[in-house]
Design a protein around this ligand. Structure first.
Ligand code: GAL
Length: 359
């Protein structure tokens, strides 16, 4: 008799737990998360969007994922405003222009909606609660170091010729990518081992609007014309490029000028986009920096959960990223150098790409 009662009680408990879990899932599903991505024109943001959506949905949330066309700022502003009006409880935003979102950010703050700056820091607004990104200075350090290693600058007197390219000035990351690379390269420029023949060394002169491939191609073509670079002309030993879409434009210009994998200058990149991985395998691009968007999505989803459940939000950097209104608590993921020697392990064995995608 007693035994029977225990069984009944246990069953009641099991069912009520199950009912609770069910209810919790249902309540979580009522929570809508707004995800605003800058563009569909670059591979990485499509992967970012897919990964965040998938992982948020696996955690039970409803997701409103929007892309602002091809870097259309008014559209991004509109989309964020719509997310606020549609009752999103939290926003994840990768800004096109770091300085142009204060309007919708103020609206989010007034509505009590926390904002996570995703990959790129939104500047000049105290509405940003947290920042999830990769260690952007380290990205630049890795690119600079790859040039030092490839040209063996420690043991050579040079002079080696280098040209410098970075991304969009409205992207706060550019300061860290370019700054991190120049921290490594500047001593060699100062000692004359590296020379920038064009003398274009400021962030502004080396910028690429919207990280656009055609724009970097145009600038590289102009440098080839003005400096006389070519396989049979003035030697060009290395090009610093802050990411892959910019590197692809540089590659197009160099190939058109007659460079092949046999005499290609050292060329850096970032994102391990498929085109660039293929170029690394072919021997034109030297390296890229792999930023596993699955890991960034995972960290961001952890932040979302902690914020919504009132728990301690996981961060590992509270000193580096000041958006003009103070330090934004940040989680920095680890960037990893990718090249023709390690891409299989890094990108295929980890399941990021299939062999066919890179074939
Ligand atoms: C940066 C981002 C890079 C690259 C670039 C172009 O902000 O950190 O990974 O994708 O934008 O979209």
């Amino acid at each position: 008799m007693k035994k029977g009662l225990t069984i009944v009680l246990c069953l009641v408990l099991v069912f009520s737990f199950a009912a609770c879990a069910q209810k919790e899932k249902a309540t979580i599903a009522e929570i809508k998360v707004g995800v605003s991505m800058p563009t569909t024109s670059l591979q990485r943001w499509n992967q970012d969007g897919d990964n965040i959506k998938k992982q948020l949905e696996e955690a039970g949330y409803t997701v409103d994922l929007q892309y602002a066309g091809d870097n259309e700022i008014p559209l991004q502003i509109q989309q964020i405003e719509d997310m606020i009006a549609d009752g999103c409880k939290i926003l994840i935003v990768a800004a096109i222009d770091a300085n142009q979102l204060s309007g919708p950010m103020t609206a989010a703050k007034e509505a009590g909606i926390p904002v996570i700056s995703y990959d790129r820091l939104i500047m000049g607004t105290n509405a940003v609660s947290y920042y999830a990104t990769f260690d952007n200075t380290k990205v630049g350090n890795l690119q600079g170091q790859a040039i030092v290693d490839a040209l063996d600058l420690e043991n050579q007197a040079g002079p080696f010729h280098i040209e410098l390219f970075t991304g969009d000035l409205a992207d706060n990351n550019v300061n860290f990518f370019f700054g991190g690379a120049m921290d490594v390269l500047q001593p060699y420029i100062d000692s004359g081992v590296l020379v920038v023949p064009s003398e274009q060394t400021t962030t502004a002169l080396c910028a690429t609007e919207n990280w656009n491939t055609e724009k970097s191609q145009e600038r590289m073509e102009a440098l080839i014309a003005s400096q006389g670079y070519g396989p049979n002309g003035k030697k060009l030993d290395a090009i610093l490029s802050s990411n892959d879409s910019v590197a692809n434009g540089i590659t197009n210009a160099l190939v058109a000028a007659g460079y092949t994998e046999k005499n290609f200058p050292v060329l850096t990149g970032q994102d391990c986009d498929i085109t660039s991985v293929k170029n690394m395998i072919a021997g034109t691009q030297t390296m890229s920096v792999f930023k596993d968007t699955r890991i960034l999505a995972e960290q961001t989803v952890k932040m979302v959960k902690a914020i919504l459940e009132g728990e301690e939000v996981p961060v590992n950097d509270t000193t580096t990223y000041n958006n003009g209104t103070g330090i934004i608590p940040t989680f920095l993921c680890e960037p990893v150098p990718g090249n023709a020697s390690n891409y299989k392990e890094l990108l295929i064995e980890s399941g990021y790409y299939t062999e066919e995608q890179l074939g």
